[in-house]
Design a protein around this ligand. Structure first.
Ligand code: GAL
Length: 552
């Protein structure tokens, strides 16, 4: 009785104060903010979300319009949950007022050995442009980038670097910087506009011209068969989540290896399955923008099956082939020594580093690292497990940064959060334009990590690089930070090599500034600057540094 009288006093006090300063609009603003954060993939911490929900329940559910409060609570919770994996790739740089120092290591290219392969890497959708020219069919990245709100800058890869027309002069730039390898990918929908059946002769011819130009300029062509741009017509039938992809992909690989196998000996089946699997089917941040654990598991299993089968097809069709596939990886540290964060490390490590690599090495899916992965076995059919394995000649290691994991029970599924560098006291000069920490030891640690697997004989660093804001001044780009990044990471590659890791090459990411997926053109990774208005190219200081290093 006394309680209800007290509640009614509270209620009337609240109502009168609400008339003056209503908490609901505040709550609405807060919730909208969370929804916005989630949709922009900006970090939404569980404690903030909890704070939001607590505020609503205490202030509103008890005191006033319960129905409205309940609606808002539901809305707030769904805003947080609608993109449950945004925390895995959170990037939201904030200034941090500390300085940092590091010493620049010295080495020469001959320290790496005479056989060491030096190259630059690119991907079809990021550079080619000509998205609907000469019979090319649309890919999922054409669709995705043309969909409002998917690319941060609202840009598309329609023209990109116009490599479709400028390939010869771009290959000349590779040569000018003294690189010997050009890693590029084939656009499936340029070769097969609908992904199966009908072939587009002009598309096939384009890659012949690129390959011939490389050979003419004494540059070794290294082909990636799939760098994320699935034909849209296949996506319309479910894409990687449809088991039919096993046939679609095999036919595509059969065709390409027969078409180019007499000229090209170095092949990579996939580019970073962890990225296109998880970002495409789980977080939805990349094409095709799906957020479904079920489809993620289906897609993941099919990706792993295609990865191994692709290797077998290359082996069958290309005599003397050097066959690999490329894997993104990041060293994972716990936020502190507390044992509770170990689980977070294990989950993140299993997702970022093990899920797509271990099946091909014959180790199955890494359920020991993350129990949730046992769900994948729902989609594994009889006879599949043996087919997941393939003995690649080399493993492509792709490394940019590290991950620092924190156990957060409130976060769905992984119950782990990748703490962004600006929340860990990393100074701004050690954070790239992508919001990634510059962590040179990470590449050394990952080389050692990969080297421990019995099934890995040879490693090539098939991507490593950084984005920093560049300024063109008097026809030059003094990108000191990017150059130092390369120097520091390369010193760690050398260290691993000198300690016995069989790393036989280094391909930087990337030849020239290009369409950086969901980020658009703002984040520049190239050693060649591109003016996207005029398509003019300038070799940056980092490119000149390589020219000198490799020219020795
Ligand atoms: C890799 C990807 C590249 C490039 C790079 C920089 O994951 O393979 O296409 O975008 O990241 O973000």
């Amino acid at each position: 009785m006394r309680g209800s009288a007290f509640a009614s006093v509270l209620r009337s006090t609240a109502h009168s104060s609400l008339r003056r300063s209503p908490p609901i609009p505040n709550a609405v603003v807060l919730i909208q903010w969370y929804a916005l954060c989630a949709s922009l993939n900006i970090e939404v911490s569980a404690s903030h979300a909890l704070h939001c929900i607590t505020m609503l329940t205490t202030t509103q559910i008890l005191l006033m319009n319960r129905r409205k409060a309940l609606q808002l609570t539901t809305l707030g919770t769904s805003a947080m949950l609608c993109n449950p994996f945004s925390f895995l790739w959170a990037s939201n740089p904030k200034p941090f007022p500390k300085g940092s120092t590091f010493s620049l290591p010295e080495f020469t290219s001959s320290d790496f050995g005479d056989d060491f392969k030096w190259g630059v890497a690119t991907a079809a959708y990021q550079i080619e442009g000509a998205w609907n020219v000469d019979g090319k069919g649309p890919s999922i990245w054409d669709t995705f980038s043309h969909t409002k709100g998917k690319i941060k800058t609202g840009e598309t890869g329609d023209t990109a670097c116009d490599f479709y027309n400028k390939y010869a002069s771009d290959i000349a730039l590779i040569k000018a910087m003294n690189f010997k390898v050009f890693r590029f990918s084939l656009s499936w929908s340029r070769i097969m506009p609908t992904g199966e059946g009908e072939i587009n002769p002009k598309g096939v011819d384009f890659y012949h011209k690129v390959i011939d130009e490389c050979i003419a300029q004494d540059i070794e062509p290294w082909i990636t068969l799939y760098h994320w741009d699935l034909p849209q017509a296949l996506q319309d039938q479910g894409g990687w989540a449809n088991r039919k992809i096993l046939d679609w992909f095999n036919n595509y690989v059969e065709f390409c290896t027969k078409a180019y196998g007499d000229k090209v000996k170095n092949w990579m089946v996939l580019n970073e399955p962890a990225a296109f699997g998880a970002l495409g089917y789980l977080s939805g941040m990349h094409a095709p923008g799906i957020r479904s654990p079920k489809k993620f598991f289906k897609a993941t299993h099919h990706i792993c099956m295609c990865q191994a089968e692709g290797g077998r097809i290359i082996r069958k069709n290309v005599p003397d082939a050097n066959i690999g596939s490329t894997f993104s990886c990041s060293h994972v540290d716990p936020i502190n020594d507390s044992p509770k964060h170990k689980k977070a490390v294990s989950h993140i490590d299993a997702l970022l580093n093990r899920l797509y690599l271990e099946p091909v090495l014959g180790l199955g899916y890494p359920v020991d690292g993350f129990k949730w992965f046992k769900n994948i076995y729902k989609y594994v059919q009889e006879g599949d497990e043996e087919k997941l394995q393939f003995d690649f000649d080399f493993i492509g290691l792709q490394n940019y940064s590290r991950s620092v994991a924190k156990r957060m029970r409130l976060l769905p599924i992984a119950q782990a959060w990748q703490v962004p560098p600006q929340k860990r006291g990393i100074p701004p000069e050690e954070i790239t334009a992508m919001g990634w920490e510059v962590y040179p030891e990470g590449i050394y640690k990952m080389l050692k990590y990969f080297d421990k697997y019995e099934g890995i004989d040879k490693i090539i660093v098939t991507e490593n690089g950084s984005a920093f804001p560049d300024v063109v001044k008097d026809g030059r780009v003094h990108d000191e930070k990017r150059q130092q990044f390369f120097q520091r990471y390369l010193a760690n590659v050398l260290k691993a090599k000198q300690e016995g890791v069989n790393v036989q090459g280094y391909f930087l990411w990337t030849l020239m500034d290009n369409f950086e997926w969901a980020e658009g053109y703002k984040t520049r990774f190239g050693v060649v600057h591109v003016d996207f208005e005029t398509q003019e190219r300038i070799i940056k200081d980092s490119g000149l540094w390589f020219q000198e290093l490799l020219g020795e």
